[in-house]
Design a protein around this ligand. Sequence first.
Ligand code: A3P
Length: 312
Amino acid sequence: YFSKTTPPSTSRFGPKGYLLPRKFEHVGREIYNMEIRPSDTFVVTFPRSGTTWTQELVWLILNNFDYEKALETPLAVRYIFLEFETFMNNNDMADMPIDEKLRKTVEENKLQVHKILSIASPRFIKSHLPLSLLPQKLLDTCKIFYVARDPRDVVVSFYHQHILMKELLDGVDFKTFWELFINDLIAPTPLFEHVKEAWQMRNHPNMLFLFYEELSKDLPACVRRVAKFLGKEITQEQIEKLCEHLKFDNFKKNKSVNLDNMKGTGLWNEKESFIRKGKVGGWRDYFDEKMTEQAQRWIDENLRDTDLRFPH
Ligand code: A3P
C-alpha cells in the first residue's frame, strides 16, 4: 500500500517492536548513544498528537516570546527533527524542482547525529521515537515534553498526513489504513506502547506529560503548566497573547509552522494541509458502528494494565 512507513521497507526495533524504516538500523544506535545537554529541550510524541502546537508553545516561552523570530524562522529550523533522516530518502529531493530556500531548510533539518553535536545550545529537538529508543540519558539530563492524543483522532489525522505526503497508493481508504494501524503495520506503531512508556515516567521531574485534549480544552492552563515546569514567570497578558498566537485559525495561517511551502514542490498533495482540522473527537465522522466497537475493544484491551485514560 505504501512506501517508507509500512512493511517491507520497515523493521521492528527495541523491546516493544516498534515499526520503523529499515534505515533506522544505522541511526538508531547513534541516537541512543547521543550526548545530551541539560539545556536541551525535547518534544516527543506519536505523530499527529499535537507536536507542532507544543513545539511552538514551548519555544516561545523559552525564547522570551520572540514572536518576530518565531514568524521569520520556520519551526522546522528552530527544532531539529531527530530521526528525520530515517524517514527521508537522501535522493528524495535531489531531482525535485524546488526552490533553494526550501532545499536549505530540509538540508538543515536532516539528521546527522554528528552534526547535531555541533549545534550551539540551547538545542530544541523534536522526535516521534518512543522513550526506549531515545538517548539513554535523556530523562536524567534535560526537559522533555510528551504529548498524547485520543488514538482514534491520531489515526484519522495520520491517515490524512499519509495522503498529504503521498505515502498512500491512490484509492487506499481510511478503513484499510485503520486495519493496518491497529495491527501495528504503520510506522511507528504500536501506539499504545509509545504512550504508555511516557505515561510511566510522567512524574519524573524532567517530564511534562500533556494531552492534546487538555491543550484544546484549556490552553491558558496548559501554558501556565508549561511555564511552571520550565521555572518561568509569566504574566496574564503574556498568556493571552500566546494563546491568541496558538489558536487554531491563526496557527493554520502561520507560514512558519504550517509547512505550506511544501506545496508546489510536487512532494505534497495540494488537497491536504499539515495543520488540518484541529478537532477533538473528529474520528466519529470516519468510523462506522463496527469500527467504533472495534476501536473501543482495542482501547480497552490496551488500557487494561494501566491507569492511563485519554480525556474527552
Ligand atoms: P488534525 O489532523 O486532527 O487536524 P502533529 O503536530 O503532532 O503532527 O499534530 C497534528 C495535529 O494537530 C493535526 O490534527 C493538526 O491540525 C493539529 N493542530 C496543529 N496545531 C493546532 C492548533 N494550534 N490547535 C489545534 N490543533 C492543532
